[in-house]
Design a protein around this ligand. Structure first.
Ligand SMILES: [Zn+2]
Length: 152
């Protein structure tokens, strides 16, 4: 990637402690563009588009918010819980506006498998096809997401 000033700012915004405690890149050594390209290609192979993924995650978030902090049941043994944290976060790509800090925990009650996502995470998928770097606590592998979204 040729470093341009705008991208430099994005990279900096994604470091731990700038916008969020853990940042967005985990221990991924790839450029943000490479991460996006790779996940976009994978998503296409899986036959999904970012809007579709984002819409479904949004829908599950709305349902989970109805649980008022307790797990609600989804289909296929999955359950989801919403934790609302005070404060709001900006998009690291410097979009205007702020995103609520709602953390959704999705759990498979049988396997114990768990993943997390946030309001901002939904935006990052929808508008940037950015699933975050490997090792980020809020990264969800597109293939895992597809398996989950097909079931619920
Ligand atoms: Zn954005």
């Amino acid at each position: 990637m040729k470093e341009n000033p705008a991208m430099k700012k994005v990279v900096n915004n994604m470091r731990p402690g700038v916008i969020s405690l853990h940042g967005f890149l985990g221990d991924d050594k790839r450029d943000i563009e490479q991460i996006i390209e790779h996940d976009a290609a994978e998503l296409e192979k899986l036959g999904m588009i970012p809007d579709e993924v984002a819409d479904k995650l949004q829908e599950i978030m709305e349902k989970a918010l109805g649980g008022l902090g307790d797990f609600i049941s989804l289909k296929a043994g999955y359950e989801a819980k919403a934790d609302s944290i005070r404060g709001k976060l900006p998009c690291p790509f410097s979009h205007p506006g702020l995103f609520r800090k709602t953390v959704i925990t999705v759990r498979n009650a049988e396997t114990g498998e768990e993943f997390l996502y946030t309001d901002l995470g939904i935006h990052l998928i929808r508008d940037h096809c950015f699933f975050q770097g490997k090792g980020s606590p809020f990264r969800i592998e597109p293939v895992k997401l597809q398996v989950f979204l097909q079931k619920v």
